[in-house]
Design a protein around this ligand. Structure first.
Ligand code: SAH
Length: 367
């Protein structure tokens, strides 16, 4: 259509933070404490503080010998992120936190409290290289991958917030900034640390963790083979290649058919229902024929193992696009459902604080 968009699959190496406890596997952790002259049982003690008590400052870990605390801190617990600002919406139920990383990179995560659950929306990259034209993050390009620790620590902080309120963090969605499957190895390790039972992880239920992707088909298949049962969400946004080539530029590499094939493979391997994300954009992807085609293609590819989440578009600043009128939205949902595919409208929290879907862009980029 217009000039070709540049996709960024690999991130520059610069800017990664110093090593953190959560970046290391068990053997590496043992090696690290041994280097500090500590016995290896200290690893599990530290892990209990981090994952169980949600505490990341060794100076407060009073069951460590006093002489060891500073050493452990220096070697394994660099300050990964500092809070810049918290913005609230929905009467305080939704909270967006802006974090500054060690290299000045800015990052956002959003905590949403509901009567029966608390969901944290986290980022997997600083910026994003997938260039979707309706997404605020996509407009700025990719700064760098987040480290394992920077992903995991977003979860620890929110879990601690919930714990202080006498509640519990129950859900994590990789729907903040970045394409999680483009930072595959770190995201995979983070998912394991989020779901393993304490003291090896935060103990969230696998099915309450959602990895959302633009549709990197080979990576979806790889994830299917990891023996996890996290929820996969695929950002489809239209059932036809012609429009999807523009809305989700990576479609030029992996087509709708290839993405749905990979999604089916995921459902087969994991037994999980796949979520399909559909940002409804007025006069762009909201027509009757697209609703029908979406329902048909999904039904053919996934049978009953699929659920469509319609997300009213959150217009990004300066965008020529808008959400569809309510009537159009209702008709779209009705038509998809008529094909036997469950379809609901996603409730969009945090709209007035630019914390809703696709708006996490860390407006004040490090200056
Ligand atoms: N890169 C991943 C995850 C991040 S975005 C992905 O694309 O799936 C999470 C969801 O928000 C995706 O479905 C994305 O397409 C959607 N989204 C992005 N910008 C949006 C906007 N302005 N309005 C509504 N949804 C948007």
């Amino acid at each position: 259509m217009s000039e070709p968009v540049r996709l960024q699959f690999t991130a520059p190496k610069r800017g990664m933070p110093p090593r953190h406890f959560t970046d290391l596997d068990q053997d590496q952790r043992i090696e690290a404490v041994t280097e500090l002259g500590l016995p290896k049982f200290r690893v599990n003690q530290i892990a209990r503080h981090y994952y169980g008590r949600l505490e990341a400052d060794p100076l407060t870990m009073t069951d460590l010998p006093e002489s060891a605390r500073q050493k452990v801190k220096d070697a394994l617990f660099p300050e990964l992120m500092t809070k810049v600002r918290v913005t609230e919406a929905d009467g305080g139920a939704t909270q967006k936190t802006l974090w500054r990383l060690h290299d000045g990179t800015l990052l956002e995560s959003v905590l949403m409290r509901y009567p029966d659950r608390a969901t944290l929306c986290i980022s997997s990259q600083a910026g994003c290289g997938m260039a979707c034209p309706f997404c605020a993050t996509g407009q700025g390009g990719l700064d760098r991958n987040l480290s394992i620790g920077e992903i995991v620590d977003q979860v620890r902080r929110a879990a601690a917030t919930m714990q202080n309120e006498g509640g519990r963090l129950t859900n994590v969605v990789f729907m903040g900034m970045g394409e999680p499957l483009a930072n595959y190895k770190r995201v995979l390790s983070a998912v394991k640390q989020i779901t393993r039972p304490a003291p090896e992880g935060f103990g969230l239920s696998m099915r309450n963790v959602t990895v959302s992707t633009v549709g990197l088909a080979p990576a979806i298949r790889k994830l299917a083979d990891e023996n996890l049962s996290v929820t996969l969400a695929v950002s489809l946004h239209t059932p036809d290649d012609e429009l999807r080539d523009t809305l989700v530029p990576v479609n030029n590499r992996w087509s709708v058919a290839e993405v749905l094939d990979a999604a089916r493979y995921y459902a087969d391997r994991t037994g999980r229902r796949v979520s399909i994300e559909y940002a409804l954009i007025r006069d762009i992807n909201d027509q009757d024929f697209r609703a029908d085609m979406l329902g048909q293609k999904l039904h053919r590819a996934l049978g009953s193992r699929v659920h469509v989440n319609v997300i009213p578009l959150n217009p990004t600043p300066g965008s020529k696009w808008d959400a569809s009128p309510k009537q159009r939205q209702d008709e779209f949902v009705r038509r998809v459902a008529a094909q036997g595919v469950p379809c609901t409208v996603r409730d969009t929290r945090g709209q007035e604080i630019a914390a809703a879907c696709g708006q996490l862009a860390a407006e004040e980029r490090a200056s």
